[in-house]
Design a protein around this ligand. Structure first.
Ligand code: 13P
Ligand code: SF4
Length: 328
């Protein structure tokens, strides 16, 4: 698996232990926020402590919209690299900080730009719709970006006779194809976290909790999704548990999202779906690289920041704006 290589821009664990970390990190981060005129954007898969310091928590679409509307000078992005990169694409003149530059994404890594460019060149009549979980280079090769919350709606807006490449997630692509009745040409990428859930254990869990609804993210495999009572983006899943009469839910996505579910509906019960082994593999290892200490240090040092080639940024901006326009 490919991980973004550490750069001079990166904070190492050794540096963290050498720096003096204040005892009250929450207060220190609040002070730095004022000093930097910063906004903190966080994804639901972050550690609960990090979600709790955010000004805005959301799914990928919500975070992109928040980044597009942002008035602050600095964006501290508590998520993974492609998300912070997306914020930079939309805000070239702002300082965009990502506390740990190694916070990559297995799905984004499963679609290298050189191979994707060849794939695209082999199908010149196809429109390229890319899931936001991809690098800026892939966005720059795309016609429209989508997220898990708007992918079906975006594909439904494309004329029926227009052939479409859908990249990089084969699971979301297959789900969108089923929902829209469209024959999509799929890139063969996947997320290691969403492919780790065990169908057998899920069925066993459902048998022991017959009143629970199974709610799942569309990045999961088809054999898991077929058991779901509701399929949606992280925000979709959160809204579902808030509006449902059910009291118990088996949650088939990264377990970080349960923090907001529990806060919104304290009397309901949430059971994380079991992975195939006894690991904590339903926690995204990339998302969980960010810590409060690294947030503090990144804000104090104004680094690591997202830096991007301007021609790539401009090419990646077009399909991003198209998505925001098509999602109104
Ligand atoms: P959403 O929050 O858009 O549902 O995406 C989930 C995900 O895997 C982010 O990496
Ligand atoms: Fe990427 Fe999967 Fe982690 Fe989301 S959960 S950031 S798709 S590796």
């Amino acid at each position: 698996m490919f991980l973004t290589a550490p750069t001079a821009n990166q904070i190492s664990d050794r540096q963290i232990s050498q720096d003096s970390i204040p005892l009250d990190l929450f207060a220190a981060i609040a002070d730095l926020k004022k000093e930097l005129n910063a906004v903190i954007l966080a994804h639901y898969y972050q550690d609960p402590d990090l979600q709790d310091i955010a000004d805005y928590i959301g799914d990928s679409l919500g975070l992109s919209q928040a980044a597009a509307d942002c008035q602050a000078d600095t964006i501290v992005f508590l998520g993974v690299h492609f998300m912070a990169e997306t914020a930079k694409i939309l805000n070239p003149n702002k300082l965009v900080l990502l506390p740990d530059l190694d916070a990559g994404c297995s799905l984004a890594d499963s679609c290298p730009a050189d191979r994707f460019a060849e794939f695209k060149a082999a199908h010149p009549d196809h429109l390229v719709i890319s899931y936001i979980n991809c690098s800026a280079d892939i966005k720059a090769l795309s016609d429209i970006i989508c997220t898990s919350s708007n992918a079906v709606a975006i594909v439904n807006q494309i004329p029926k006779d227009q052939p479409i490449i859908f990249a990089p997630d084969r699971n979301l692509g297959r789900y969108v194809s089923e929902q829209t009745g469209r024959d999509l040409l799929l890139w063969d990428g996947a997320c290691i976290v969403h492919e780790i859930f065990s169908e057998r254990k899920l069925v066993e869990l459902k048998i022991s909790h017959p009143q629970a609804d199974i709610i799942a993210h569309p990045e999961c495999e088809a054999n898991v999704l077929r058991h779901a009572d509701y399929i949606g983006s992280t925000t979709g899943l959160l809204k579902y548990v808030q509006s449902s009469d059910r009291q118990e839910f088996i949650v088939v996505t990264e377990s970080g999202v349960i923090h907001q579910m529990q806060k919104a509906t304290p009397l309901k019960k949430f059971i994380p779906a079991p992975p195939t082994s006894n690991c904590a593999c339903n926690e995204c290892p990339y998302m969980r690289l960010n810590t409060l200490e690294k947030v503090y240090l990144a804000m104090k040092r104004r680094s690591p920041e997202i830096i991007m080639d301007e021609s790539i940024r401009q090419a990646a901006l077009k399909p991003m704006l198209k998505m925001l326009e098509m999602s109104k």
